[in-house]
Design a protein around this ligand. Sequence first.
Ligand code: OSB
Ligand code: MG
Length: 395
Amino acid sequence: MDEPPYELVGVELIRVLVPMKGRWSSHAGELSERDSLLARAVISCRGEPGGASEAEGWGECAALPEPTYNGEYTAGAIAVCQAHLVPALFRARPGQLSEVQGALAPVKGNNMAKACLELAILDAGLRALGRPIAQYFAGLTERGDQSRSSVPAGVSVGLAGSVGQLLDEVEYWVEAGYRRVKLKIGPWHDVKGVAAVRRRWPELVLCADANGSYSGIPFGQAVDLLSALDVLGLAYLEQPLADDDLLGHAELARRLETPICLDEPLTSLRAVETALDAGACDVVNVKGGRLGGYIEAVRVHDLCAKRGVPVWCGGMVETGIARAANVALASLPNFSLAGDLSATGRFFEKDLTGPLPLRRDGTIAVPDGPGLGVPVDTGAVSAFSTWRLWCPANK
Ligand code: OSB
Ligand code: MG
């Protein structure tokens, strides 16, 4: 895409503590408030007749407050942005949106922190250009895909205290219009709940996410427990074993009918390719944060499209900022399975953006305004902020 060059004026790092409607727990950690890092990028656009104009854009870091999903965590993401990633950006001075990743590449790992900065700059650049981010993603695809105007919504239900509570919660979401439900599972919160949900809603698109928790028991026992899930017609079983156990997942994929989906270990295009070559997954969970950026996520979409592998868009209990980016990403055509894309009201009473509501038909409209396409509520950001730091590019 032809874009006029831009110049980075500065980046503000903002830590927020957003109250949640309730506690949400999984084998990837427990949350009752969302302690997150946001980035606000300010750019000035050159190359336009009439001179420079400034624009700002927003990014959100998917890292959880504690390193229980992967090694990243909010305080660590702040430290690496402040000491390494933001200085790397200022040194490299990327003039094009697509160059941000390269500027951050010398820093290893810290994918969620990188994705947060990339998203802030993408949003700023696209707001300046008046282009929706969904259209930008579609323009990056190898086939020149069109983005869809709406995406099917899905909800991720945390570990419940009892089967009765689980049924009540699923009923609430099904009544609200969700057509796809993901249940968090683990060897100690096993089949009973999933079976009860399936019995009650035979037609529901149902899946289960173990966040690696079956790695805590012997492999044979994991196979036995998971075989009981295998008759429930799940759309896929997500991350039953440890992050680094590709061979174990490949073995499970051979033994089970249910498609295996990976999440945690898919940290780059190459990692996805390796997992597919190893036969370790049939379905791919795409998360811009975990992959180090949304541009990498588009590449993963393309790779999977070429290989006939269905993908879906994961979530990290994010506010409307990352949620808007996720909805835009999921508007690409190979996102053929409903993702963890729930309405803005799902986790938070008061969100940081304008609403992304669930529609009657179980879909969410893809924002079509410039950049993320939803207004960021700067009053809410200020009200929930616990720390902020402005980092100017020209000191
Ligand atoms: O494994 O997909 C996961 C949330 C936090 C950490 C890990 C995961 C999740 C979810 C997504 O399940 C919840 C959502 O944002 O809808
Ligand atoms: Mg997962």
